[in-house]
Design a protein around this ligand. Sequence first.
Ligand code: ATP
Ligand code: MG
Length: 262
Amino acid sequence: MTETVPAGRLSSVSSGNALELRGVTKMFGALAAISDITLTVRSGERRAVLGSNGAGKTTLFNCVTGDFLPTGGTIRLFGEDVTRFPAYERIRRGLRRTYQISLLFNGLTVADNVYLACRGVSRGRFSFLRPRESDALIARADELIAAVHLQDWRDISVANLSYGQQRQLEIALALAGAPRLILFDEPAAGLSPTERSELIAILQGLPGHIGYIIIEHDMDVALRVAESVTMMHNGTIFKEGTPEEIENDQEVQELYLGDGHA
Ligand SMILES: Nc1ncnc2c1ncn2[C@@H]1O[C@H](COP(=O)(O)OP(=O)(O)OP(=O)(O)O)[C@@H](O)[C@H]1O
Ligand SMILES: [Mg+2]
């Protein structure tokens, strides 16, 4: 049952690094939520971050996105030092994220949600759009809806989607604009086996130049959607390797599988 990501699609398009963290630390009072994290993710790379609850995974994302300023260390995004940049400056450079909780417009349809996301990142967002620009945005929104397998649901309101479909829609929103690196925070959490397979297919089908980091508790999902794995523990990086190396690592098995693994 294990399908790995087709090798030809991995890291083939872009060169250079999407993300370079050097000694990144985030303190909350006396607690080091993450401590001295050094990590490089290549452009187009697909990386899974694993670790038990409280390991610091979401804090790491928050530092990368600019939701939190790190207490120490540097963060480079596509070669540029963005350590002190606000979140919107990182978004402008092609960074996107999804959250552990849902942030959709419930009263709107699938198509409206995606259209608004496309419009939000288009140049004409503060003006009335001319019909041709508006047509292009609608076409783009439909492409993204198809990319997340929701074409049969485009005119359904978000409130009537299943939980898994809402997570799919969130991926479409993250794809609006021209993302180059997407951070997915546990997109598979709470999904049924069928929804999980759908998510895996969607992630595998993303264009090769879009890299991502996915926080994932399920090693089986990580194995199928990521080419590299970073294991976190107590705010530090415990191990890095291919999914197969991590899965077969004795220390990982002792620590992770015996340590609150859901
Ligand atoms: N805003 C905050 N204020 C204070 N402490 C925080 C804050 N955010 C996270 N922490 C603490 O930092 C540590 C790491 O939390 P984080 O949410 O990054 O873990 P996680 O690996 O994402 O866990 P989970 O798998 O449960 O989502 C935890 O001890 C948490 O309580
Ligand atoms: Mg988290």
